[in-house]
Design a protein around this ligand. Structure first.
Ligand code: PHE
Length: 448
C-alpha cells in the first residue's frame, strides 16, 4: 500500500488471525462456566441465536468501518464522523480491551501453570484424587501463578511489538487446526464416559423455565465476548485488509468456527462434570477441575493434557495479541520504535491492573467489591456492560454515519449476495441490534 501500512499476506492470514482473536478462552473457559451457572441448555440456545443474528451483523459492521477507512478505530471514527464525539467509541474499545486483557492474562497464566505442572504427569495422577480441590491447591501458590501471569503478558508483548504480519499470522495458521483436532479427541473421550449423557442433556436441552433477565444479558455478553465484538478489534484487524476481499465470506467462516469450538467445548466439559460428580456451577475454575479428570481417564492422558493445554495457550495468546494490538496500533501508528515502546508500556500496565484479579483466588479472596471478588466484578463489568454498550454504539454509528450507498458497496464487494442480503443486514444492524441490547439492559434493571 502507498502509505506503507502492513497488509495481510493473504486472505487466509486475515481469517486465521481474526478467528484467532475470536477463538480463545471465551469459548473454551468462559462459555462452560457461564452456561454452568446460568441455566445450561437454555443459555446455550440464547447464546447461539445472539451469535448468529446480532454477532454476525456486528462483525460485518466492524469490518466495514475498518476496511473502508483502513485506519485504527479512533482515527477511523474520526474520519467517518469528523468533528464529533464518536471517536470516543474507539477510546471505549481501548479501555475495554485493557480491562479484558487484565483478567484474560491471569487465566492465561493459570494455563501456563497447569501446562508446566502437567509435564510431570502429576495433574492426571489418580492419587491426586479430589479433582475439585486441585485448582485451589494450584492457585494458592501466589508466586507461581504470579510469575506465570507475567510470562503470559511478556510473550504477548514480544509478539505484538514485532508487527502485525510476522507475529500473528504465522502463529495462528499452525495452532488453530491442531487445537481443533485435539478437541475432537477430547470430546470423544468425554462422551464415552459413564454418565456422559446427563452432561449432554444439561448443555443442549433448553429448559426455558430457567431463563431470567440475567441469563439473557449474560448470553448477550458471551456472544460479543466470544466474537471479540464491541471493542473495535475487528475494526483494527480489517483495517489491514485489502479492498478486494469478500467480507461476508470471512465473517461467516469466523462465526461458524467460533460456534463449532463453543459446541466442542461444552461437549468436552459437561459430560465430564456429571460423570465425575462435579458441580456445573463451579465458576471460573470449572475447566481447570474438569479437564484433568477427563484426561486422567484416557490412555496417555497426561501427554494429551499437556498438548491440549499448550494449544489452548496458543489460542489464548492469539486473542491476547488482538487485545494488545488495538492499544498499540492506536497509540503508535506505524512507527516501529513507538510500537515497541507502546507494547511494553501498555502490556506492563495491563499486568499491574490484573494483579488484584490474580490475587482474587488467593490472598484477596475475602476482599469483596459490591458483593463479589474483584476478578468476577471486572469480568462482569467488561463482558456484560462495556461490550454490549460498545456494540450498541457501533450499531448506531454505522448506519448513521456511513451512507447507504457506501455501506452497500463495501459490504457486497466481491460477494455474490445481492440487495436482499444487504437490506436484511441493514435492518438487523439499525433496529434489531440496538433494541435487543437496550431491552436486555432494561430487563435486568427490572423495568418490565
Ligand atoms: N474473543 C476472545 C475469546 O473468546 C476474547 C476477546 C474478547 C478478545 C474481546 C478480544 C476482544 O477468547
Amino acid at each position: 500500500m502507498s502509505d506503507g501500512r502492513d497488509q495481510w499476506k493473504s486472505k487466509i492470514g486475515f481469517i486465521l488471525a481474526a478467528a484467532g482473536s475470536a477463538i480463545g478462552l471465551g469459548a473454551v473457559w468462559k462459555l462452560p462456566y457461564v452456561a454452568g451457572t446460568s441455566g445450561g441448555g437454555a443459555f446455550f440456545l440464547i447464546f447461539l441465536v445472539f451469535t448468529l443474528v446480532l454477532g454476525t451483523s456486528l462483525l460485518l459492521a466492524e469490518f466495514v468501518v475498518g476496511r473502508k477507512t483502513q485506519k485504527p478505530p479512533i482515527q477511523a471514527y474520526k474520519e467517518l464522523a469528523p468533528g464529533s464525539v464518536w471517536h470516543w467509541l474507539g477510546v471505549l474499545g481501548i479501555i475495554s480491551s485493557c480491562l479484558i486483557l487484565s483478567f484474560y492474562s491471569v487465566v492465561g497464566g493459570w494455563i501456563i501453570t497447569y501446562f508446566v505442572r502437567s509435564l510431570t504427569g502429576s495433574l492426571t495422577n489418580p492419587a491426586t484424587g479430589d479433582y475439585g480441590s486441585l485448582f485451589d491447591s494450584v492457585i494458592s501458590n501466589h508466586w507461581e501463578v504470579g510469575i506465570a501471569h507475567l510470562i503470559f503478558i511478556i510473550i504477548t508483548i514480544l509478539i505484538v511489538q514485532g508487527g502485525i504480519q510476522k507475529g500473528i499470522e504465522r502463529a495462528s495458521s499452525i495452532m488453530m487446526p491442531a487445537l481443533f483436532i485435539i478437541f475432537i479427541v477430547l470430546v470423544i473421550r468425554s462422551l464415552t464416559l459413564d454418565g456422559a449423557m446427563e452432561g449432554v442433556t444439561f448443555f443442549l436441552q433448553p429448559d426455558l423455565s430457567n431463563v431470567d433477565g440475567e441469563t439473557i444479558l449474560f448470553a448477550l455478553g458471551q456472544a460479543f465476548f466470544s466474537l471479540s465484538l464491541g471493542v473495535s478489534i475487528m475494526v483494527t484487524y480489517s483495517s489491514y485488509l485489502g479492498k478486494q476481499e469478500n467480507l461476508i465470506r470471512s465473517a461467516s467462516s469466523i462465526v461458524s468456527l467460533s460456534i463449532l469450538i463453543a459446541l466442542l467445548s461444552g461437549l468436552a466439559i459437561f459430560p465430564g462434570v456429571f460423570a465425575f460428580g462435579l458441580e456445573p456451577n463451579d465458576g471460573p475454575s470449572l475447566i481447570f477441575t474438569v479437564l484433568p479428570a477427563v484426561f486422567s481417564e484416557m490412555a496417555f492422558g497426561s501427554i494429551f493434557l499437556s498438548l491440549f493445554l499448550l494449544l489452548l495457550l496458543f489460542a489464548t495468546l492469539t486473542s491476547a495479541f488482538s487485545l494488545l494490538e488495538i492499544v498499540v496500533s492506536s497509540t503508535a501508528k506505524n512507527n516501529p520504535k513507538r510500537r515497541r515502546i507502546a507494547a511494553w508500556i501498555g502490556g506492563l500496565s495491563i499486568f499491574i491492573i490484573g494483579i488484584p484479579s490474580n490475587l482474587s483466588y488467593g490472598l484477596l479472596s475475602e476482599w469483596h467489591l459490591f458483593g463479589d471478588i474483584f476478578f468476577n466484578q471486572i469480568d462482569f463489568l467488561v463482558s456484560n456492560i462495556l461490550l454490549p454498550v460498545g456494540a450498541f454504539f457501533i450499531s448506531v454509528f454505522v448506519p448513521m454515519k456511513i451512507s447507504r450507498q457506501d455501506l452497500k458497496e463495501e459490504l457486497l464487494r466481491g460477494s455474490k449476495l445481492g440487495t436482499g442480503f444487504f437490506e436484511t443486514w441493514l435492518v438487523v444492524i439499525r433496529y434489531i441490534t440496538p433494541l435487543a441490547i437496550l431491552a436486555a439492559f432494561l430487563n435486568v434493571l427490572g423495568v418490565w
